[in-house]
Design a binder for this molecule. Sequence first.
Ligand code: HEM
Length: 338
Amino acid sequence: MAVNGSTVTKASDFFDLTVGSIINSILVGKRFEENTKHEFLVIKNALDKGFEVFTAFDMILPVWFTKYVLRKHFDYIMKVNDDSKDFAARDAVERYQKFKSGSYTVDENDLDDYTDAFLLKIQQEGENENFNLESLKTMILDLWITGQETTSTTLVSGFSHLLMNPHIMDKAKNEILKVTENGSRYLTLEDRPSTPYLNAVIGEVQRHASVLNINFMRYNYEPVIMGGHPVDGGCLVSAQLGALHVNEEMFENPYDFDPERYMNNDNLLPQTIPFGLGKRSCLGEALARSELYLIFGNLLLRYQFRPHGTLSSLELNPFSAAKKPYKMEMEFIKIQNE
Ligand code: HEM
């Protein structure tokens, strides 16, 4: 990174590695550095393969149909899934094996990460159908998938909007400079109430990014009326967050990138619901909100940004379950605030 001067980098590579390091630290206590970047890329490439083949249709079709009628596709998805699991959970499996052989014990007063917490449960209660090696691997992969691509995609999409709208980037930067006494300290989560414009920018980024093309399904247990339409018991239903986020009745000129809309209407930010609502809303909401605030805020505080090459709102993988923004390059220029 540009400690002094400037550097040009692919935004998706930079944010993938940043977010990947955070999620990997939480899960297995390991950040990725320059000399371990290749380990990150192995996991990331395996996950990317999964995103390429797993389409929104796979979330709608019954599993038996895919399994028996689209056999080749099903087998390929399962292979990609198994490979991803092996790569993502490699460190956790190593620790599990040491734990089983007795060369590693978990100190309940000194848990390092998610894997330690999981092993502690086995240490206290023994292995059972919920806590065993296979479920440890599955949980690690699930949290990798849900926690990595979503946040990284939001950051790439957000910087792309900021680069296309430099006046918005400048306004956010000025607010952050003021709050941090001209950059004499980092921006922290305690600053959130004092940065309404940055909060509005992040809200608008998330509204546009709407990172899932299709939301997780719910099973409707009994017949109900939804929005005036009868829906039978046994139906699968989904609230399409992406569609809600471009509802013209709620968001005037919804395709414009305009954080001011939140400054003029206090009730609008809570209507942007990128993490869903209710019991099955996003498990990682608090983590993701913290990451977005700290990464957007502190990068704007320390760097100027310029586009390098073409900017576009074009979406790659339009039929995948998750969005993939255009691969753009950006220039980081270190600023000396002090
Ligand atoms: C900007 C980042 C993120 C966005 C926009 C996002 C969005 C979502 C959405 C829309 C759902 C579905 C909610 C529903 O069906 O009602 C979801 C579920 C989920 N998310 Fe996130 N997410 C993000 C980051 C994360 C992170 C960082 C993690 C964990 C490390 C995570 C873990 C999960 C899990 C486990 C679920 C499934 C919850 C369940 O089914 O009970 N997400 N997320």
